[in-house]
Design a binder for this molecule. Structure first.
Ligand code: SAM
Length: 273
């Protein structure tokens, strides 16, 4: 009978966040696949776990997946962990899980911490719907294009970012999304855990005043007013401008300018009036 592939979440800083079930699972499996064996060794030693480790990372995913799945098919159980948090969430593992599903192998999650969920839960931003976007692209052009493509997104956005790019990235958020509310969650679950809340420009200024910005960071972006405004139709915009005191003609001209539309197209919308 085939074994089981367990996907085991581990702490993102505070070892107290390791679950009982994670410890039990890692104690019983034949092999633990991990990104960095030295990093995972520390965790295993702390919890007295001695299962053999095998490295599994983005450079050997394809061949390692096949080997590990052969082992599971031969009846052994394997656990996948990442350096921190939940595997596959901006971490390796997709090929392995995909392969297991294709081969009909049971995949069992052993859930625990993920930085983006921990950050969201304490952020104070709307949490009814959120969209996790992984790491921000490193290049500014790609980052801005991604942000622009998300301008109409209603859900709170979640990203991972490196400390040396955070100030630059918050400027891009401010300039592409109309200075939305953001939360930067730094060093979650660790001694220097910190939440910076405010408009993108305010959080950027606060971080920019520091001598150095360090630590692990998760960035959440709430819906901006500009996005809410752009969700209104051109007709609604004209009506709003009229209510604000503009004549119909001036409101049409202003709405056309704001939306980058030819004036005649906006006039046409009101021809029946
Ligand atoms: N799989 C992990 C998870 O479930 O959270 C994420 C792995 S990803 C390679 C690492 C990134 O997650 C870091 O660069 C940082 O952006 C974020 N992160 C990890 N630990 C964090 C922490 N303690 N506080 C804030 N963000 C953290």
């Amino acid at each position: 009978m085939a074994g089981i592939l367990y996907i085991v979440a581990t702490p993102i800083g505070n070892l107290g966040d390791m679950t009982y079930r994670a410890v039990e699972t890692l104690r019983q499996v034949a092999r633990i696949a991990c990104e960095d064996t030295r990093q995972t060794r520390k965790l295993l030693d702390h919890f007295g776990i001695s299962a053999p480790m095998v490295s599994y990372h983005e450079h050997n995913e394809a061949e390692r997946s096949a080997e590990l799945l052969d082992l599971v098919e031969a009846g052994e159980s394997v656990a996948l962990v990442s350096d921190a948090g939940t595997p596959l969430i901006s971490d390796p593992g997709y090929r392995l899980v995909r392969g297991a599903v294709e081969r009909g192998i049971a995949v069992v999650p052993v859930p625990g911490v993920s930085a983006v969920v921990a950050a969201l839960s304490a952020s104070g931003l709307p949490s009814d719907a959120f969209r996790f976007c992984g790491f921000f692209p490193r290049k500014q052009g790609e980052r801005r294009r991604l942000l622009e493509s998300l301008a109409k997104e209603e859900a709170t956005l979640g990203f991972y970012e490196a400390p040396h790019r955070i100030v630059e990235t918050l400027r891009d958020v401010e300039e592409t999304l109309g200075d939305p509310p953001v939360v930067v969650a730094r060093e979650l679950t660790k001694l220097h855990e910190e939440f910076l809340r405010g408009r993108a420009s305010e959080v950027r200024a606060a971080l920019g005043r520091r001598d150095s910005v360090r630590g692990e960071m998760t960035v959440l972006v709430g819906k901006s007013e500009r996005k809410a405004e752009s969700a209104e139709t051109v007709e609604e915009m004209v009506a709003r401008l009229e209510r604000a005191g503009l004549s119909k003609m001036d409101a049409i001209k202003a709405a056309a300018r704001e939306r980058g539309l030819p004036k005649r197209d906006v006039y046409k919308l009101f021809e029946k009036d």
